[in-house]
Design a protein around this ligand. Structure first.
Ligand SMILES: CC(C)(COP(=O)(O)OP(=O)(O)OC[C@H]1O[C@@H](n2cnc3c(N)ncnc32)[C@H](O)[C@@H]1OP(=O)(O)O)[C@@H](O)C(=O)NCCC(=O)NCCS
Length: 165
């Protein structure tokens, strides 16, 4: 997968250790119980280094989103094996809440879908909590359709969506 993508408003490139503060913000915004990783900068730096290693090994991973000419990370978008596979990976994205509602997730994810297609992959997946209207709308705009539903965490349902490339 290309390690650097550009859209009209955004640059997508590998996360840097200097993004650790912003990464911690993202984790904290998930709220207690959904944080997954430590919420200190040292843990975030370790996670960023691990993600770089994982991307080097698998050829897929997350890219930081930045506005052109700005160094601050707004969030990330990328591909992961997740609940799918390396051949048909999952699309994922997460933005700081102050950046929501500007179309950035759709813009970045559209470029990521094209990057996945350029690797020769034939299909992508995404798994989304049934409560996550914003994420479901992003996927709808990208041409994903609902495939099936499975039980998710905390009494929610997890919707599996897919898109042919
Ligand atoms: C999901 C997420 C990435 C969307 O980012 P974003 O940049 O705001 O998304 P976009 O602006 O590209 O598109 C969001 C769409 O959802 C719509 N939307 C957002 N909240 C909504 C709500 N509560 N009800 C209905 N529609 C909603 C927006 O209006 C927009 O659709 P539109 O373009 O037709 O108006 C962001 O909310 C986020 O980071 N959430 C936390 C992490 C997360 O849930 N990641 C996905 C895990 S599966």
């Amino acid at each position: 997968m290309a390690a650097r993508l550009e859209t009209e408003r955004l640059l997508l490139e590998p996360m840097r250790l200097t993004d650790a503060d912003r990464y911690v913000e993202l984790i904290v915004e998930r709220g207690p119980g959904a944080r997954g990783h430590g919420t200190d900068v040292a843990a975030a730096r370790l996670k960023i280094a691990q993600m770089a290693d994982g991307a080097a090994a698998s050829g897929i991973g997350f890219l930081a989103l930045r506005r052109h000419g700005d160094t601050d990370m707004l969030g990330y978008c990328g591909l992961l094996v997740g609940r799918a596979s390396l051949d048909e990976p999952e699309l994922a994205y997460e933005l700081l809440s102050r950046e929501h509602g500007c179309g950035y997730a759709t813009e970045a994810a559209r470029a990521m879908v094209e990057a996945a297609k350029a690797t020769g992959r034939r299909r992508l997946w995404s798994t989304v909590g049934d409560w996550n209207t914003a994420s479901l709308r992003v996927l709808d705009k990208l041409g994903f359709h609902r495939h099936h539903t499975a039980p998710g965490p905390q009494d929610s349902d997890l919707i599996y969506l897919t898109r042919s490339l």
